[in-house]
Design a protein around this ligand. Structure first.
Ligand SMILES: N[C@@H](CCC(=O)N[C@@H](CS)C(=O)NCC(=O)O)C(=O)O
Length: 79
């Protein structure tokens, strides 16, 4: 499964999600910082339809909302 988190560093909702990822000790998620890379920003809008972070893209399907992302992470632990 391909997991990509679109984010930027100072976004508090992103930090909340990243804290969860770190607490779970996951290494299966690629971070794409939309403030550091314009290509990532364009990708996010193309995949998700809006420039809102955090967005976890799960095999090309966008999941917005930090609480929903955290719930998904807990429901789908990395093995
Ligand atoms: N309710 C959302 C809020 C996310 C949010 O407001 N993110 C800000 C950055 S800190 C953003 O992307 N704003 C741009 C937009 O919503 O278009 C969540 O919990 O994920």
């Amino acid at each position: 499964m391909e997991l990509i988190l679109y984010m930027f560093e100072t976004c508090p909702f992103c930090r909340k999600v990243i804290r969860e990822i770190e607490e779970e000790g996951r290494d299966d998620i690629e971070y794409r910082d939309i403030h550091k890379n314009g290509e990532y920003r364009r990708e996010l809008v193309e995949i998700g339809g809006k420039e809102q972070v955090p967005c976890l893209v799960i095999d090309n399907r966008p999941l917005y909302e930090s609480d929903d992302i955290i719930k998904w992470l807990r429901d789908n632990p990395h093995r």
